[in-house]
Ligand binder design. Structure first.
Ligand code: SF4
Length: 62
């Protein structure tokens, strides 16, 4: 599993960082996914971040 953030879409709301700090962090006002692959223990919260991002900027691939 791998997560990415589309910087063109991200509005910097920090929701994904709060939901899944193991994978996402803020850089220059935008979220970035800094782990590849996503740690096993963070898969569920990473998926939640994808589902709850208000602008669908989180992309998760298997
Ligand atoms: S939840 Fe979406 S819009 Fe908010 S910081 Fe994360 S990627 Fe950006």
């Amino acid at each position: 599993m791998k997560a990415k953030v589309d910087p063109e879409l991200c509005i910097g709301c920090e929701l994904c960082v709060n939901l899944c700090p193991e994978v996402f962090r803020m850089e220059d006002g935008k979220a970035v996914a800094f782990t590849d692959p996503t740690p096993e223990a963070a898969r569920e919260s990473c998926q939640q971040a994808k589902e709850q991002c208000p602008v669908d900027a989180v992309v998760v691939s298997s």
